[in-house]
Ligand binder design. Structure first.
Ligand code: CAA
Length: 386
């Protein structure tokens, strides 16, 4: 059977960064609570002329620049933080990138899980038409109310994946473990721009979904625990992955050394929670920074509150190291402009979606910007002026 899987990954994030040391100082919290207790160092904050479309388009542009558009007939955009109740964010990206008209575009939603659903749909499309390639974009701005326990676990970022036959990076294996439970751990009603979350419940719901997805993977004939070389997790905050993995290891009766997960935390500790993009940013870090993955099996756990979990496995392709992007990712993270806590909170207060006519100031240096709203419709444009 032809191998199908992830051919390329690119990531993008917001223009600004808030260091959690600064938030800790403002809130009178021991910084170790953030660095050690929740396992985060900073979070990205979008500029006023950035959103999921501009970040998603920036990541997708990198993929298209490397591979062109041949064979791309489907664009799947996954997000929790959609900019319109009707129009798919991917249609804006399609326009910005000048993709051909013979393309279907749709948006997917199930909290942080949607990107994995998009990858599954893409695998199915390519199984039927191996000559096609599918562009999957996962982008989110994680927004909680200020002065809540969840405030330090915000973030912003995007991942673009090219799914194809004979992939350069990872062959996804056919068996997957899935788990759904109706639970109110995190949700965002239509009239809110910040999520409502029961943080404690979200931790137990995540763990239940992880263990449940594992049991289902085993029932589907998936690999044994000892056959998995590395684990990649959705990371709302990196400590969450450690907590969940500890439970799974107990469940299967295996030892667990939490330092095994550290490499996959490298980028997410800096971006904060990126919801749908989080697992793919974690995967990008592992592929960029772990030298020992040729032919190894990875397990990838995706979780979306509400809740849906899915556990995928894949085999890393020999030669993955020749496609590394660490320098590019470091440059993107290092280029972020630091914010004071006051400036971040001002941006946060102005961050709610609006259909009022507005012009956005020119701030971002990313390839595309959100110019504002005209006649109720969002307008996007390339950032570089002719
Ligand atoms: N030094 C070291 N560690 C310290 C410390 C210090 N000085 N002070 C506290 N800590 C530790 C605590 O012991 C605790 O560790 P354990 O969990 O291992 O016991 C940890 O820091 C956190 O402390 P608290 O539990 O007191 O923290 P909190 O109540 O302020 O909030 C939180 C923590 C509940 C995770 C909160 O940040 C939150 O609600 N976050 C958002 C919820 C979330 O992200 N859920 C995950 C799934 S949802 C998701 O990803 C969304 C989706 O599907 C779209």
């Amino acid at each position: 059977m032809t191998a199908i899987g992830i051919h390329d990954i690119a990531i993008a994030t917001g223009h600004h960064v808030l260091e959690l040391d600064d938030l800790a100082e403002r809130l009178g919290v021991d910084p170790a609570k953030y660095h050690v207790g929740i396992g985060q160092d900073a979070f990205s904050v979008p500029a006023p002329d950035e959103d999921i479309v501009t970040m998603g388009a920036a990541a997708a542009k990198e993929v298209i620049d490397r591979h062109g558009v041949d064979g791309i007939r489907t664009v799947l955009f996954a997000t929790e933080s959609g900019v319109d109740q009707s129009k798919a964010a991917g249609v804006f990206v399609h326009g910005l990138l000048g993709l051909p008209q013979s393309v279907r575009v749709v948006e997917l939603k199930q909290a942080c899980y949607g990107g994995t659903a998009a990858v599954q749909l893409a695998l199915g499309i390519i199984a039927r038409s191996p000559q096609e390639r599918v562009l999957v974009i996962a982008a989110d701005v994680a927004r909680y109310d200020v002065d809540t326990a969840a405030e330090p676990t915000q973030g912003a970022g995007a991942a673009a994946l090219l799914i194809s036959a004979d992939p350069d990076l990872i062959e996804i294996e056919p068996a997957a473990g899935v788990f759904t439970a109706d639970v109110d751990d995190f949700w965002r009603p239509n009239d809110r721009s910040t999520a409502l979350v029961d943080g404690r419940l979200s931790v137990t719901a995540y763990v239940d979904a992880f263990v449940g997805a594992w049991d289902d993977l085993v029932a589907q004939g998936g690999p044994g625990y000892e056959d998995i070389a590395r684990w990649v997790h959705h990371q709302p905050f990196t400590k969450m992955a450690i907590k969940a993995h500890r439970k799974l290891a107990q469940h299967v009766g295996q030892p667990f050394d939490e330092s095994e997960l550290a490499v996959g935390f490298t980028y997410n500790k800096q971006t904060g929670n990126t919801y749908t993009a989080s697992i793919w940013i974690a995967l990008a870090a592992l592929l960029d920074l772990d030298d020992e993955l040729d032919g190894q099996r990875l397990a990838m756990f995706s979780y979306g509150s509400g809740s849906v979990g899915e556990l995928l496995t894949g085999i890393v392709r020999a030669g993955y190291r020749t496609h590394r992007r660490e320098g590019r990712v470091r440059a993107v993270l290092d280029a972020r402009v630091p914010l004071t806590v006051d400036a971040y909170r001002e941006l946060h207060a102005a961050g709610a979606a609006t259909s009022e006519d507005t012009d956005r100031p020119r701030v971002t240096t990313a390839p595309y910007r959100f110019a504002g709203v005209r006649g109720g419709a969002r307008r996007y444009e390339p950032t570089a002026q002719d």
